[in-house]
Design a protein around this ligand. Structure first.
Ligand code: NAD
Ligand code: GLY
Length: 371
């Protein structure tokens, strides 16, 4: 078991990483139950695969579970489901001192965290992430959100959980494609500022994807330590440090928008292709050695992740993709900050990227791949 502390003064909390933690949830969660019960928000897939484990271990600790089961999928991060969830929580008489448990992937974590942040002006919540993406990224750091007609994650809050409980064995029931998409966020930490970890990914990434428990635990802990340090330093993304976590996201967001934020391209898959594009664009600008950009592309390709426009199933040309970027919520005063790299583990924020140049790069990159 590892415990990583997110140091945020009064909002500090622990991330407990323990294989099999769901079967020992009583010891981790019982002290957070009021009147012998805990409300657990989850989705139908997770309810079928993992909720019974949580219920059994809490029952053994004399804690009853009140489940709220929502439909799976990104469309659940909506006004409609937020309203329904808040009504359900109010009907269960949740008070400000209560802890609501989010059992699921980033969708359930983001929605439940947002609901907790506004219910009675804020009740406590606990993240029990069950996708690799949520275990290494979205459950940590307190970004909560729902989607708006105008775009993804446009309505939300910074609201830290009281505890994050990570059981990597929950990944046993996660479809491989989802695990792979989450793995892109693991690779991201190596690319941002940890070249040794990227080298570890090159050596051990396939093992992780095959479900090797040691590889999984190692990658989760290392990722979570990296994210916890960044969040402690820049909780609200004001100094620029937390923005490094958006590596690959500006390109990725445009690819996701072009594919309709659908199952054609999962978020982590968009991030993977986005990171490969960010490195190749950095190489084209003469910032990053070409062989390092090639290493990034080669690793993502080797594990079966999208690494260019074609493998991301994107049809649009550079100008159309850049048009999507103009709606990015990071756009400020007419410029879009871009994450570029001087090499593996040397990511930095650039504010002087010309979007017309990005469009030309995307067209040239597609042509080079097709040649
Ligand atoms: P998700 O929550 O939709 O989960 C993916 C799929 O896996 C769903 O069908 C879900 O039902 C299923 N699932 C989850 N756990 C399972 C398990 N153990 N066994 C079987 N099936 C399981 O997707 P995600 O990739 O976890 O999260 C994506 C969301 O996270 C997006 O909305 C994105 O915006 C958000 N996100 C938030 C942050 C943040 O910092 N808050 C960071 C990155 C992404
Ligand atoms: N996933 C980006 C962040 O938490 O800031």
């Amino acid at each position: 078991m590892a415990i990583v502390r997110v140091a945020l003064d009064a909002r500090s909390y622990d991330i407990v990483i323990e294989e099999g933690a769901l079967d020992r949830a009583g010891s981790h969660l019982a002290s957070h139950a009021r009147k012998g019960r805990l409300v657990v928000v989850t989705d139908a897939h997770v309810a079928a695969a993992q909720l019974p484990r949580l219920e059994a271990s809490l029952r053994a600790a004399n804690v009853a579970v009140e489940p709220i089961i929502l439909p799976p999928g990104e469309q659940t991060k909506s006004w409609r489901h937020l309203e329904g969830l808040l009504d359900d929580l109010l009907a269960l008489e949740i008070e400000r001192g209560d802890h609501v448990v989010a059992l699921g992937g980033g969708v359930i974590g983001d929605l439940t965290g947002f609901a907790a942040s506004i219910l009675k002006r804020g009740c406590h919540f606990i993240q029990v992430p069950t996708t690799l993406l949520a275990q290494v990224d979205s459950s940590v750091g307190g970004k909560t959100a729902i989607n708006a007609k105008a775009g993804k994650n446009l309505i939300g809050s910074f609201y830290q959980p009281a505890l994050v409980l990570i059981d990597s064995s929950t990944l046993d029931s996660l479809p491989l494609r989802e695990t792979r998409a989450g793995y892109a966020e693991v690779v991201k930490y190596g690319l941002i500022d940890d070249p040794d970890f990227f080298a570890w990914c090159e050596r051990e990434g396939q093992k992780l994807l095959a479900g090797d428990p040691q590889a999984r635990e190692y990658a989760i802990e290392r990722s979570v330590r990296a994210k916890a340090a960044i969040v402690a330093d820049d909780e609200r993304e004001t100094s620029g440090r937390r923005a490094l976590l958006n590596l690959g996201h500006t390109f990725g967001h445009a690819l996701e928008a072009d594919t309709g934020f659908s199952d054609t391209l999962l978020h982590g898959e968009g991030v993977a292709a986005g990171m490969a594009l960010a490195f190749r664009y950095s190489a084209r600008l003469g910032l990053c050695p070409t062989d390092e950009a090639e290493r990034v592309t080669a690793h993502l390709k080797a594990v079966g992740l999208p690494h260019d426009l074609a493998s991301a199933h994107v049809q649009a040309d550079g100008a159309a993709l850049v048009a999507h970027m103009l709606h990015d919520k990071k756009m400020a005063a007419g410029t879009l900050p871009f994450l570029l790299a001087r090499g593996i583990g040397q990511t930095f924020l650039s504010k002087d990227v010309a979007l017309t140049d990005v469009a030309a790069f995307l067209d040239d990159d597609r042509a080079a791949v097709e040649a």
